[in-house]
Design a protein around this ligand. Structure first.
Ligand code: PAF
Length: 276
């Protein structure tokens, strides 16, 4: 496995392979990332993983500074998973000058997580487009835990005619249902015990939808009340259409329930699809 820090060395290394599949990450890798790599590996001669904590997608009061940076441990996991190339640039390599050209991801960037984290999806789209230009993959894999991110990036690739297949992978969960996330390491032992409630409530909402409930707002408010009752501070609980994350009209069959909520100082997000 080659660990590469510069764009020039990356391009040089990738010139020697016929095609590559790409898994962009911010590091602090867990079993969810390894699942993305397992999906990636059979798809190309070379599997490339990037590790870059992207300042552009963090708001001024978010956790950019304290985001866990664990390059050595990450590389061990990637080596064991059979990755060929790790691209771990520093900030100057990705942003050698102020990033004045950015990708604006349409109205999708203003709803749900985008409403709570202004500029977040602009930062994500901009860095992912840059990484795509550096790695030039034929496919790239993203996890569905970041459901809105998946939709934003799929739309970006389609609308900008990028020759890249986007593959979406199911969320990997701990045995108690908690979606794996690098931010889970922020949870205290008590919070970790409480954390699975988010997914349990999403399951409850999904079951109600499957059983025929159509009062979306009532479902959202019930989940919100249950979480608040147990000390959470929900940012949103939303029943939306899978296709564009707009509010569903009755008769819509492919729905997704999305949630973001704070437990202590940690903000967790999760979602569940409901196919009626
Ligand atoms: O999902 C992530 O870890 C990040 O948003 C990504 C796609 C690596 C861009 O920084």
């Amino acid at each position: 496995m080659d660990v590469i820090h510069s764009v020039a060395a990356l391009r040089e290394r990738l010139q020697r392979v016929p095609n590559n599949v790409f898994v962009p990450t911010m590091g602090n890798l867990h079993a969810g990332h390894i699942q993305l790599i397992n999906i990636a590996k059979p798809r190309a001669a070379c599997t490339v993983v990037s590790i870059f904590v992207n300042r552009l997608q963090f708001g001024p009061r978010e956790d950019f500074e304290r985001y866990p940076r664990t390059l050595e441990a990450d590389c061990e996991k990637l080596r064991a998973a059979g990755v060929d190339v790790v691209f771990a640039p520093d900030e100057k390599e990705i942003y050698p000058e102020p990033q004045t050209f950015v990708v604006e991801p349409s109205e999708l960037q203003h709803t749900l997580d985008g409403a709570v984290r202004p500029g977040h999806f602009r930062g994500v789209s901009t860095v992912v487009l840059k990484l795509f230009n550096m790695v030039a993959p034929h496919s790239a894999i993203f996890g569905k835990k970041d459901y809105q991110q998946c939709l934003v990036l799929t739309n970006m690739v389609r609308q900008l005619a990028l020759p890249i297949d986007i593959i979406l992978a199911e969320t990997v969960r701990a045995d108690d249902g908690l979606a794996l996330s690098s931010r889970n390491t922020y949870l205290s032992p008590d919070e970790r015990r409480e954390a699975p409630r988010l997914y349990q409530q999403l399951c409850r909402a999904r079951d109600e939808l499957v059983d025929g409930a159509r009062d979306y707002q009532r479902i959202e408010l019930d989940v919100m009340a249950e979480l608040a009752h147990h000390g959470w501070k929900p940012d949103y609980i939303a029943v939306r259409r899978q296709s564009d994350l707009q509010s569903p009209v009755n008769g819509e069959q492919r729905l997704v329930v999305l949630a973001a909520a704070r437990l202590g100082k940690t903000r967790l997000i999760d979602n569940i699809e409901a196919n009626l």
